[in-house]
Design a protein around this ligand. Structure first.
Ligand code: PLP
Ligand code: COI
Length: 341
């Protein structure tokens, strides 16, 4: 085992732990600079930065995993690069070339190798790339300068309990507008989710579920994760909507369900009045991995799926295959895993 820092890996939650180095690159006069690794975890930016006032920013989340033979690998960083650039386009920020993005991820992981949790602990190294508008500016317009940065932090499960089922409540609030920024990973979507999240937690739920903003009849997102359900005839179903974040985990699970587990897969409406269609349900995302959904509170009713305490068998198979691929125990589809060497 290569040297790792002394942390209680299996007890980690999803919190910030400062690591040794982070990557910072600056954009000015139409181009990105070379970028460098820096020790300081504070950014020195103009008080008039558009990121601070007008939410001109976006971010990503991906993870590095240690395999049994002590290699380190990233899960589908090309997909995070593509989504980051699509978010950049939506809020008029310069795109980050894919090779620059992946190279920066690799630099950050290598520079903080001691923070990549050991194989078998369940913990991983979470990478947080982001682009922010900076420089002096006052009116509502795109910034004159930008920063692209990536920091990392070792993490455990996002929802308490990891693979233990958790419960959610349907929110009366919307996460995104029908033709708004729901499909972009921009901070404003998350600022707006803080209050509904607080209300859900106060009522004893892990988080809230958002319905489609137009009709309030269809499930869209489970907090900061996508939704999937397993129908009684074993179909993998997940919502289709222009206002949800296109989750890389969800598209990976669709592939796994079809190609590894031989299931039928459907991306379509998930009606909140028809939860009885599903024998199992889960929340999926980079941070959440797969969090089985025990039950969903909608108005006066608590709809229980497989069980409030036990993981359903299909959810378990999806989890084992996904995580198996990520940690190198299961053969990955071509191009999914990128080794950090
Ligand atoms: N939905 C939202 C709102 C998210 O913030 C995330 C996290 O990135 C996801 C879904 C899951 O996306 P991914 O699987 O790409 O991490
Ligand atoms: C992720 O899964 O990467 C997320 O961004 C979710 C949350 C931590 C914002």
């Amino acid at each position: 085992m290569s040297n790792t820092v002394n942390l209680d890996w299996s007890k980690l939650g999803f919190s910030y732990i400062k690591t040794d180095l982070r990557y910072v690159s600056k954009w000015k006069d139409g181009q990105w600079d070379e970028g460098q690794l820096v020790e300081d975890n504070n950014l020195n930016i103009s008080e008039a930065s558009t990121a601070l006032h007008y939410g001109q920013q976006c971010f990503e989340g991906l993870k590095a995993y240690r395999t049994k033979d002590n290699k380190i690998q990233l899960f589908r960083p090309d997909q995070n690069s593509k989504r980051l650039n699509s978010s950049c386009r939506r809020v008029l920020m310069p795109e980050v070339p894919e090779d620059k993005f992946i190279d920066a991820c690799i630099q950050v992981v290598k520079a903080n190798e001691a923070f990549v949790p050991p194989y078998g602990t369940g913990a991983t190294l979470y990478l947080r790339p982001f682009v922010i508008g900076v420089g002096d500016n006052l009116g509502v317009r795109p910034a004159p300068e930008y920063i692209f940065s990536i920091f990392c932090s070792p993490v455990g499960p996002y929802f308490k309990g990891g693979m233990a089922p958790v419960n959610f409540i349907i929110s009366d609030f919307d996460r995104a507008a029908p033709y708004g920024t729901g499909a972009a990973k921009v901070g404003g979507n998350y600022a707006g989710s803080l209050y509904p999240h607080k209300l859900a937690v106060e009522q004893g739920f892990a988080d809230c579920i958002y319905l489609d903003p137009m009709t309030h009849t269809k499930i869209e997102e489970v907090g900061a994760a996508n939704f999937f359900g397993i129908t009684k005839d074993d179909k993998f179903v997940t919502p289709k909507s222009p206002s949800i974040l296109p989750s890389i985990t969800k598209y990976s699970l669709m592939h796994i369900a079809k190609e590894y587990l031989g299931m039928e897969v459907e991306e379509r409406d998930v009606l909140v009045e028809r939860l009885d269609e599903y024998k199992e349900a889960g929340a999926c995302g980079t941070a959440a991995v797969i969090s089985p959904i025990g039950g969903i509170q909608y108005k006066e009713n608590m709809h229980v799926f497989h069980s409030l305490t036990e993981v359903g068998p299909v959810t378990k198979k999806l989890y084992d295959t996904l995580v198996g691929i990520q940690i190198g125990d299961v053969k990955a589809p071509e191009g999914w895993m990128v080794e950090v060497k």
